[in-house]
Design a protein around this ligand. Structure first.
Ligand code: ADP
Ligand code: MG
Length: 318
């Protein structure tokens, strides 16, 4: 093992996962998640962007330095709900040789007014102490989402704090990376989208055919089933999100359980159970595409959503 490998190995072992605990209002350390990119079906483009922006700069800082690029920066994942943004970000934690901080905005926002800015500041301070570190800010939609006056004021202060922290990172350019995720990037405060902040948008699309199959099999694993043709179900569920597929499996399993209670012996999940469950639902991503389309058509000055328009065309979404 070379010195460099040894160093990497040692670093990997000492990595921490830090998150904010709403119960006791503090930052807690937990074990690094074991999921990696291998557990995420498909999404090759997204993985590539993450490798390029986060993983390679950490592994080969000298290459980035040679091109005058510093290690550090941010990405904003966006796309329909249930398609793997959170799942993917967790896998980044398992993949990357860096500490990982998971921040759910809902949890931070639910705090007393004034306290959430403070918590946010602590988190970023902690990230700097633990660099290299990836901060994942999930559910950015929560920010500025409410119309309630107090709430709005509160959110505004939190947005301002986040801006301060992001700019601080840029100034110090010190191996702290930020990944944000949102279903609705068009509602995001435009100040957050300026250069040096969340200026890189990455579209996380619904799973393709083979990915849907992989997700179905993942969710069925370990359950009693007859010989299933999951490829057929995958082919019949275009645009279904990972979460939709999870729901299909759940309903199919419930049908099998009902039969089990009637017959008194363990009944396997059948192809028909899956087929019926899939037929009974509609892809939840469709509504998202309608909304995205109108933003892409009427207010996409930076052509951020061209990728969505292309996707809509390619998949013939009406
Ligand atoms: N590409 C994928 N590979 C494997 N599982 C997926 C994938 N996309 C979604 N899922 C499943 O769907 C669930 C919902 O995904 P999630 O990451 O919570 O969606 P989002 O954050 O985009 O709303 C996950 O827990 C996961 O089980
Ligand atoms: Mg999510």
């Amino acid at each position: 093992m070379s010195d460099r490998d040894e160093l990497a190995e040692r670093r990997r072992k000492n990595l921490k996962l830090i998150s904010f605990s709403p119960e006791d209002q503090t930052l807690i350390e937990s074990e690094k998640p074991k999921t990696t990119f291998a557990d995420v079906g498909g999404l090759e483009d997204v993985k590539k962007k993450i490798r390029m922006n986060f993983i390679l700069p950490l592994q080969q800082p000298e290459v980035f330095a040679a091109y005058g690029k510093s290690a550090g920066g941010s990405l904003l994942l966006f796309g329909p709900p249930g398609c793997g943004k959170t799942f993917l970000a967790r896998a980044v934690a398992g993949e990357i040789e860096a500490n990982f901080m998971h921040l759910e905005l809902q949890a931070i926002l639910s705090m007393y007014v004034g306290q959430s800015e403070h918590n946010l500041h602590d988190l970023f301070a902690k990230a700097r102490q633990n660099k290299p570190c990836v901060i994942f800010i999930d559910e950015l939609d929560a920010m500025g989402g409410s119309r309630h006056h107090m709430r709005q004021h509160h959110d505004r202060m939190l947005v301002n704090q986040l801006l301060l922290e992001l700019d601080g990172l840029q100034a110090q350019n010190d191996q702290v990376f930020v990944i944000g995720a949102t279903n609705t990037p068009w509602y995001l405060d435009s100040a957050l989208r300026r250069p040096g902040r969340f200026d890189h948008l990455v579209f996380v699309p619904p799973p393709e055919d083979a990915e849907r199959r992989a997700i179905l099999e993942l969710k069925l694993a370990g359950k009693p089933t007859e010989a299933l043709n999951t490829a057929k179900i995958a082919a019949d569920t275009p645009l279904f999100s990972g979460a939709d597929l999870e729901q299909v499996v759940k309903e199919a399993v419930e049908s099998a359980m009902e039969r089990t209670f009637e017959s008194g012996r363990i009944e396997p999940v059948t192809q028909d159970d899956l087929k019926k469950a899939a037929k009974a639902r509609k892809a939840t991503t469709l509504e998202w595409f309608q909304t995205a389309k109108s933003y892409a058509t009427f207010s996409d000055v930076n052509r951020d959503y061209q990728v969505v328009v292309d996707y809509i065309k390619k998949h013939g979404i009406k």
